[in-house]
Design a protein. Sequence first.
Length: 268
Amino acid sequence: MAGLEPLYAWARAAVSRPQDALVCGIHWELVRHGYRCLGTGDQPGPDERKSELLPAGWEANKEVYTLRYKSTDDACELLLKAIMVEDSMILNVMDRSSQKVADVTLAVADYINPEHLDDFHKVYKNTEELRTRIASGIIAPLRAPAEKAEKEPESKRDMHWDENPLRLPPRQPMGTRAPSRPSPLSPFAVGGEDLDPFGGRRGGMIVDPLHSGVAHPGIDPSSGIPGRLPPGAVPPGARFDPFGPLGAGRPGPDPDHLPPPGYDDMFM
């Protein structure tokens, strides 16, 4: 515990009981972790300054030691109360800035040799254990959590706008290529319009092999069908379900390309 020796030599005249020596050791551990002592008592006094030394009158009350500390960066202020209960010392420390509280109970005889208060090299024992108890029981619980660097959100897979029928297509900057849309002639486009309230897809619930409403060369139901529909009977762009053959060369499957039900039935 480098640094404790000169502190103990300076405070030796005030050390008359084992608990005094223990308070010296606790004080130095706080100094090692970046705290400086302001003074005694719960309230600040006049002309207080941060110091590595113990303030005057720190040992006046042998039953309750009250000391105040402040971090070197002025971010934290601690109020330490060391209360003697029989042969044990209860450390109660509160961070006034965050209102966090930490408690540690130490058996004085575990760390102090009462017969060697005059000899620094013999008065302390189990110093590593004392250091660990102070660090884990007081320093760590009261230390402000380190600010975690904000993690960049994981890059999400760029979803094609057409994969989500309820998602509006993004605006394309000038000079960029517009997203590809499924062909209305695709057999998988059936039902697309019913899933897309914004009308970005083609195909409804009714299977339309002729893909009515899509311009096809040679087929324009709005212009009429000779001998069947007069011109204008089908509004432009309206779905048209043919009710008969439209002649050769039409797109889509031939409605008569499959045999009728029961074709192989000899009694038909």
